[in-house]
Design a protein around this ligand. Structure first.
Ligand code: SF4
Length: 356
């Protein structure tokens, strides 16, 4: 009999599991409290659960946390965790301190199948989806390393993989992360990033989760975006931005548009003006990400004055635009740099990217 990984179930589903075992539903809430609030993974230590319930948990279930294989610490204070999954595959999660925030960047797939031309993770291809428990487990594993009194305050689904391409597991993980009986995060502190899967954005809108959405735009024309992001050949900018306009944003919240700045590719003032026109009427903020170079990418980071000029055009057009100087560049943990150690070791040289 294969064991049930309890981390794959939401706290509400743990209550249903308890009921199905002829226990009151509050036993499921107690169980969730041990796992998520107290960080206890040993059934024997869950002392307020009756013995028969604990025995059945031992026989039929498991709490399969990813194991920390390696931690790399950056000079800027961020940490990259290489986490080993049950089948030996690894994924990465990155912890980033910033003033009073401590943000964890989570992965949703091993590798990624979307092949964005500027992204190192994309060169891996998709290896497999993560289960909900493997997504939540990254947080539990990272949390266990923190000194007492320290708390992960924000979560971003911007690590390896495309969250909306692993839709069911992502939504289950989000329910556990936001449930008052689970990890209790306010949805306002969680951001799901997408490459621009229109159907996934519409579906997420209907879930009522109220999490923030970040959309990878990276260009203001279909011609440039199509060269950088193969997904654009399926859903062009008009379709994508229409889905963004339909997305129910909570009051005073803005949608984030990610824009990686590539020297001579998408960083001209004219492209910035086009971008501002595209975003007119949307409650939007643009996150400009100066490209984080990796060997063989074929792209360069624009010079500082060009980055600032791009931002200035957006600001002058009334579009909020910030520059995200990525964390963890020195440990290969910056945006678009994640790739597992095994894959790095096996990596074939990557040809010059299409848009270079
Ligand atoms: S940018 Fe995101 S969607 Fe594109 S290849 Fe990288 S991980 Fe995948």
């Amino acid at each position: 009999m294969s064991l049930i990984n309890l981390l794959d179930r939401t706290p509400e589903e743990l209550q249903a599991l308890a009921l199905g075992w002829d226990e009151p539903s509050y036993r499921g809430r107690q169980l969730a409290g041990w796992i998520y609030r107290k960080g206890v993974f040993d059934f024997g230590a869950m002392t307020d659960l009756p013995g028969r319930f604990r025995e059945r948990l031992v026989r039929e279930t498991t709490l399969a946390l990813p194991a920390i294989a390696r931690v790399a610490a950056s000079a800027d204070g961020s940490q990259k965790f290489e986490l080993r999954l049950g089948d030996g595959r690894t994924v990465q999660a990155v912890l980033m301190p910033d003033e009073d925030r401590l943000t964890l960047c989570l992965s949703t797939q091993v590798g990624c199948g979307f092949a964005c031309a500027f992204c190192y993770t994309g060169t891996m291809g998709l290896v497999r989806h993560l289960g909900a428990g493997e997504i939540v487990g990254q947080l539990l594993a990272a949390r266990a390393t923190l000194p007492s009194g320290s708390r992960i305050t924000h979560l971003v689904f911007m690590g390896m993989g495309e969250p909306l391409a692993n839709y069911a597991a992502t939504v289950t993980a989000l329910r556990t992360l936001t449930s008052p009986h689970g990890l209790g995060y306010s949805p306002r502190r969680i951001t799901v990033s997408t490459v621009g899967l229109v159907q996934g954005i519409d579906r997420l809108a209907r879930e009522g989760l109220k999490v923030n959405l970040a959309v990878s735009l990276h260009a203001a024309t279909d011609e440039v975006r199509g060269r950088l992001m193969p997904i654009n050949r399926g859903w062009g900018l008009d379709d994508l931005l229409a889905a963004c306009r339909r997305f129910p944003l909570p009051v005073r919240q803005r949608m984030t548009f990610e824009y990686v700045l590539l020297d001579g590719v998408n960083d001209s003032p004219e492209e910035a003006r086009r971008l501002a026109r595209r975003l007119a009427g949307l409650r939007a903020k643009v996150n400009l990400i100066p490209f984080n170079p990796w060997t063989g990418s074929g792209f360069r980071r624009p010079p500082l004055e060009r980055i600032l000029a791009f931002q200035r055009v957006l600001l002058d057009a009334g579009v909020t635009a910030t520059i995200r100087w990525s964390k963890g560049e020195d440990i290969g943990a910056a945006c678009g740099q994640l790739r597992t150690a095994e894959q790095r070791a096996r990596r074939q040289p990557v040809g010059a990217a299409a848009a270079s």
